[in-house]
Design a protein around this ligand. Structure first.
Ligand code: PEP
Ligand code: CO
Length: 457
């Protein structure tokens, strides 16, 4: 099937192909009972058109290279996990609105181009701490996300079903189609930021500050256009997608050799990342990722050693290609000072360039006495603040932020301008996985970054 000798990122180009990960230990994979059906589904998926193109992927890579050089900033955000039911017009529009609003705040505050990447159109699979879930003495496969199985605790629902990969591909395509139409139709045009107002924005404590900022952008646009005598083409906003490349059969199925580039691309998304639990040097995920030409991220936690980090850089970006590799650090506010400086030095020792991104969410998760998984706004800001400071002190550049957020008015994280308390969590807690910043909290994070993280007055 893969007869052409592929050129890959690696020093050993002939041994890689989209299924070569299968010779390695693959953690966090569902166990499909019917392997013939799994193979059929992979073949079927492989025949369907790609979700993204290599032109877009390469355009993003060159923007990420600019972020590595300190000339741009990446905003990456979305749900912890998307689910098929929430693939709705409202949901997609709200997520796009919050990301566009945040990016506007960042552009103005940082005075740099902002690269917008959604955790969307494919974020359907989650790593789990155990393969099985036990309730009342009954053990069933853990729910791994809508691409794999279904949430209700019945044997039938929890059985991994290959057909769900096709449903996920379709949902991702529907999401992307709508996002592209909105953007092409002028929804993201800076001349009309009122398009992005969400119903409840008016009531937000952030509202006045945000509208002041929008007004100043409109005034500047008007000024430039009157000087230039022409309209600026501000509707040409670019928006990219990303998801954790966890489910290897799905990722493999849409990975293609493009003869005009002589390289392999994973065309399910622009920017896949390797999760913290699957970044073993000898593991299947690293094997798969080393052969694709997309820009890629790796989640890095406190458990990563300097040697592992250097090994990952060597395997995944041996040619030191600009824009190729992003390290998404997620230590927690308490641990960032202990681990980030040593990692910056370890990376420096390789002579390789990476894009440093801070994920201030996943190291700051806690569970309340009532059993809610939550995160404190103050810890999120504290980790971000520390990451900016540490990079600065080391002469390095923090080029992006990775957030779990939603445009909805949920109550999943504690704190923020409205002072959400633990007792508020029950009111609108919707996530089945990790807690997300709600609209106001997300805007507040953007404003704090734009103001270089000083506390508001
Ligand atoms: C996630 O991004 O939702 C996630 C599971 O992160 P990590 O791999 O960093 O734990
Ligand atoms: Co998460």
């Amino acid at each position: 099937m893969y007869s052409r000798a592929p050129m890959t990122q690696t020093n050993n180009p002939t041994t890689w192909h989209p299924a070569s990960w299968q010779t390695r230990e693959a953690s966090q994979q569902p166990l499909y009972k019917d392997s013939a059906r799994l193979e059929e589904t992979i073949a079927q998926l492989g025949k369907l058109p790609p979700l993204v193109t290599s032109w877009e992927v390469e355009a993003l890579k060159s923007q990420l290279a600019a972020a590595q050089r300190g000339e741009a900033f990446l905003l990456q955000g979305g749900d912890c996990a998307e689910n098929f039911d929430e693939c709705s017009s409202d949901n997609i529009v709200q997520k796009l609105k919050i990301l566009l609003q945040m990016s506007l705040v960042l552009v103005v505050g940082l005075k740099k181009p902002v690269i917008r990447v959604g955790r969307m159109a494919g974020q359907y699979v989650k790593p789990r701490s155990a393969d099985e879930e036990i309730r009342d003495g009954k053990a069933l496969p853990s729910y791994r996300g809508d691409l794999v199985n279904r949430l209700p605790f019945t044997a039938e629902d929890r059985e991994p079903d290959p057909a769900l990969m096709l449903r996920g591909y379709e949902r991702a395509a529907l999401t992307l189609n709508f996002v592209r139409s909105l953007i092409d139709g002028g929804f993201a045009d800076l001349h009309h930021p009122e398009n992005w107002d969400l119903d409840f924005v008016g009531k937000s404590p952030m509202s006045a500050e945000y509208h002041k900022l929008v007004q100043s952008v409109s005034d500047s646009l008007e000024f430039f256009e009157s000087v230039a005598g022409d309209a600026l083409h501000t509707h040409r906003v670019e928006f990219y997608t990303s998801h954790e490349g966890l489910h290897l059969p799905y990722e493999q199925a849409q990975t293609r050799f493009l003869p005009h580039r002589e390289r392999w691309y994973n065309l399910t998304t622009h920017f896949p990342w390797i999760g913290m639990r699957t970044a073993d040097l000898d593991g299947a995920h690293v094997e798969f990722f080393r052969g694709i030409s997309n820009p890629i991220g790796i989640k890095i936690g406190t458990g990563a050693s300097n040697e592992q980090l250097q090994g990952l850089i060597h395997l995944l970006n041996p040619c030191n290609e600009p824009g190729r590799l992003a390290l998404i650090t997620r230590f927690g506010a308490k641990h960032v000072d202990e681990h980030l400086p040593r990692m910056i030095q370890a990376v420096r020792g390789t002579g390789s360039q990476v894009l440093w991104i801070c994920d201030p969410m996943h190291g700051n998760t806690e569970t309340t006495a009532k059993g809610y998984k939550t995160r404190r706004f103050d810890n999120i800001v504290a980790e971000l603040q520390a990451a900016f400071r540490i990079h600065d002190e080391a002469g390095s550049y923090l080029g992006g932020v990775h957030l779990e957020l939603t445009g909805e008015n949920v109550t999943e994280c504690i704190g923020g301008a409205r002072g959400l308390k633990e007792s508020d969590l029950a009111r609108a807690y919707k996530s089945q996985v990790d807690p997300r910043l709600n609209y106001e909290q997300a805007m507040e994070v953007a404003m704090r970054i734009a103001g270089q993280l000083n506390s508001p007055e």
